[in-house]
Ligand binder design. Structure first.
Ligand SMILES: [Cu+2]
Length: 112
């Protein structure tokens, strides 16, 4: 009970929210072209300065690769099953990404 109350207290602190860690799952079966949610959530909203972490819950490698070549470019390289890759987002904007191995897997990070 005490830890639940403490957690709520942290979440209501705007300073901690501004630099929070946000999580996206690379879902089971993400490589299937019929999978409508290869990333969950497919679009994530974060505050500037946040770190987004992707966890590969699938059984094969995937990448988190920025669409296009504009800044900020990011590319995880192959993320093995069960591994996590983090990236910090400092500038405001909407940043699309995909998996370079399975380019039909797409997601978005919205910063602002
Ligand atoms: Cu992939």
């Amino acid at each position: 009970m005490t830890s639940t109350i403490l957690t709520i207290g942290f979440l209501s602190n705007p300073t901690l929210i501004a630099f929070s860690q946000e999580s996206v799952s690379i879902t089971i079966g993400a490589a299937d072209e019929g999978n409508l949610e290869p990333f969950f959530p497919q679009a994530i909203n974060v505050m500037p300065g946040s770190t987004v972490s992707w966890t590969n819950e699938d059984s094969t490698e995937h990448t988190i690769t920025a669409d296009g070549s504009g800044a900020p470019f990011f590319d995880s390289g192959p993320i093995p099953p069960g591994m996590i890759w983090d990236n910090a987002f400092d500038s405001v904007g909407t940043f699309g990404y995909h998996c370079s191995i399975h380019p039909w897997m797409t997601g978005r990070v919205m910063v602002g």
